[in-house]
Write a protein that binds this ligand. Structure first.
Ligand SMILES: Nc1ncnc2c1ncn2[C@@H]1O[C@H](COP(=O)(O)OP(=O)(O)O)[C@@H](O)[C@H]1O
Ligand SMILES: [Mg+2]
Length: 338
């Protein structure tokens, strides 16, 4: 996939520029370790970042680093152990009952497997209409009209309302799932590995569709993927996650062209090798540690080519390069100079 020129975001006058603000989010899961001991999986371990209104924020990192858990906390599908999430100026922990239910419709999640997202026995039209009916929006007739129109917006014709999921391809199903999410007129859309279950040939199409819909429907998008190419293609800004922490964040081109964290550099190298049909394993040494027992200090230090004794003791904070480009590495200044 080549990199498109960025379009300026639509007019955002009057809206808070920081649309989603995550502040020191922690989410650990208690688990049994062996017969007697209990431990906790430190899935999200102190994450702060912001997403500006109207932008595509990319979130990358190897499988198991906590991306989906973070997404579920942002959407309040999971309560964090500590930390706050503010969306459009509302602290989500202050919302309960009916208020929370109503606010939730303004945030929608699209995930990897469109086959699992739709009831196999339900016609597409019914699946699309159901969430509107649940929220008491419109008459039956209006809901059917909206559903058919939304199919057009995602590039499908209205005859799809009569089909069952098994009569659609994977790409068509993902478009239908996107249409269903948009029918509720969300402001914030989280796409968690939206193209991972699809053939490579369809990935660019779905990512292009998401960016296009973002502009047309005035959405703010969090695009999560372990695939750097997807994130590089579509994001305005990018956050890189490693073992429950954000290790680098910044404008897309700054992060990809001038990475400050050794982990980001290794991920980019691995992705380049993969693109050229070579094994990516050589680019990053070893396996990620278990989030049950993350290494002390910088979580990445056992795999890091430039680690020094200090890295095993202190925890580096996200700190500045130029503009809002920041990395959590004691030696990112050294890397920036190279
Ligand atoms: N409900 C849960 N109970 C226990 N561990 C969990 C739960 N959900 C996620 N995890 C663990 O948290 C870590 C991060 O998972 P996840 O957020 O799914 O990562 P990613 O989306 O980056 O692949 C993994 O080690 C995973 O096994
Ligand atoms: Mg995931």
């Amino acid at each position: 996939m080549s990199r498109p020129e960025r379009q300026p975001s639509p007019d955002v006058a009057g809206a808070p520029p920081d649309f989603v603000v995550a502040d020191r989010i922690v989410k650990h899961f208690p688990v049994r370790v062996g017969a007697w001991r209990r431990g906790s999986v430190r899935s999200v371990d102190g994450v702060s970042f912001t997403i500006r209104r109207g932008e595509v924020m990319g979130l990358v990192g190897e499988s198991g680093c906590g991306k989906s858990t973070l997404a579920r906390v942002l959407l309040r599908l999971l309560a964090p152990d500590s930390g706050t999430v503010t969306i459009a100026g509302r602290d989500l922990s202050s919302l309960h009952g009916e208020d929370l239910r109503r606010f939730r419709t303004t945030m929608q999640l699209i995930f990897q497997n469109p086959y699992a997202a739709l009831d196999p026995r339900m016609r597409i039209g019914t699946s699309l209409e159901a969430p509107l009916a649940q929220h008491g929006i419109g008459t039956h007739r209006e809901r059917c009209r909206n559903a058919a129109d939304m199919l057009g917006e995602v590039g499908l014709d209205e005859s799809f309302v009569e089909r069952l999921p098994r009569q659609c391809s994977g790409g068509e199903l993902q478009r239908i799932v996107i249409a269903r999410a948009l029918l509720l007129r969300p402001r914030f859309l989280v796409c968690d590995e939206p193209t991972s279950a699809l053939d490579a040939s369809l990935r660019a199409q779905i990512v292009n569709l998401l960016v296009d819909l973002k502009n047309r429907f005035d959405l703010t998008l969090l695009l999560i993927s372990h695939d750097l190419r997807v994130v590089r293609y579509a994001s305005d800004r990018v956050a890189v996650m490693y073992l429950g922490r954000i290790v680098e964040v910044g404008e897309r081109d700054a992060v990809f062209d001038h990475p400050l964290h050794p982990y980001t550099r290794a991920l980019i190298a691995a992705s380049l090798l993969e693109e050229n049909g070579l094994a990516a394993g050589d680019a990053i040494r070893g396996e990620p540690a278990s989030p049950l027992h993350p290494p002390r200090g910088c979580h990445f230090h056992p795999r890091c080519a430039i680690a020094r004794p200090r890295c095993a003791n202190g925890e580096p904070e996200l700190a500045g390069g130029s503009g809002d480009h920041r990395a959590a590495c004691f030696y990112s200044g050294t890397l920036a100079a190279r």
